[in-house]
Design a protein around this ligand. Sequence first.
Ligand code: XAN
Ligand code: ZN
Length: 427
Amino acid sequence: MTIYRGTVLDTPDDPFAGGALRADADAGLLVRDGTIAERGPFAAVRAAQPDDDVVDLRGGLLLPGFVDTHVHFPQVRAIGGLGLPLLDWLERCALPEEARLADPTYASTVAREFLSGLVQAGTTTALVFGSHFAAAVDLLFTEAQRVGLRVTSGLVVSDRLLRDELLTTPERAYDEGLALAERWHGVGRNRYAVTPRFSLSCGNDLLDSCRSLLGEVEGAYFTSHINENDREIATVAELFGVDTYLETYDSHGLVGPRSVLAHDVHPTDAELKVMAERGASVAHCPTSNASLGSGLFPLDRHLAYDVHVALGSDVGGGTGFSLLKEGLQAYFMQRLLGERGYPLAPVHLLHLATSAGARALGLSSEVGDLGVGKRFDAQWLRPRSGSTLDVALRHAADPEDALAKAFTLGTTGDVDTVWIDGEVVAP
Ligand SMILES: O=c1[nH]c(=O)c2nc[nH]c2[nH]1
Ligand SMILES: [Zn+2]
């Protein structure tokens, strides 16, 4: 057994429902077989376990590993395509890069870059938008198993309006998806997610085949995009002859408690009501929404309807893997909404980046906070001595203030060590 000593911050109680930041200065976390067995003042935990190893993490902050609920595996090298709205960005930046993953050697390199990017950002769990190529998704799961990250992912499918090499058929989508799920779902920390790209690129028969696959794979997740961009939304309404984007998924039985819909920047009230009824979650992707000019996320309306919201980096529409940056950008965007903005405090940002994501992915009993009984999935933020974040943390007034400084100034370069199930994860 090992005792981890440091300043531990986490959010076991939902701050949107009144929960406070849990902050323990000089805490001890006793970890046995990857699970947190005790948590308390270091001196007390140490006195009860005088012979165990101590890992000294004083200085900096010990936080739960981040949970990224929307991030694209094939888009690592597409990060930084600035200045375009969604559909142009897809055509010019994202899809040409995604087509390159037809080559398994290329896909294998990108899988390594992708997982290393997540780990270096302090992310330990992710819902990953896979590739349109089954072999590339297989390589992603293989690499995820080697690195140890908790990954839920799947084959991305489309059958219209994208470049030809990214298109499939309903039958092939089902067969390839099932083969991947049989190989990887529930294997190690991997799980399968049925993943139509978005309704714009998926006809009714393909969405039907997604529903069949979802019914076939017990416990599988569903993820896609929704209500991101005005032109996208108008095209979907025209293609399907529907009033709301959500109907295109819901009419195929794809919306439920294991569904995570990315973006939802422009929802109708009717859609929010149905999402809440179904228990679906929304992945809010703030840097992507800002970079692609998609809009300002109406967090207040999601909360008013009781729609669960977590955070996604949306690499490569998003600007990097750091959920610190996403948290700060989420805060900025609520500020820019003026009176319609939700006043996000540091505790909300940590919740959105950790426990909210764990809940969206049905993993709350295992990860998302550093309480007794949870797996030790954690990150040690330790800024370089003399850096501005180091100075700011040393002079923080209280734990909330320290967390505000971490989200304002922290970068992936400040993530010193990452653990999953109590094992150090090498990037
Ligand atoms: O931000 C986004 N990134 C994508 O890759 C994508 N595909 C469909 N819709 C999308 N939105
Ligand atoms: Zn996306």
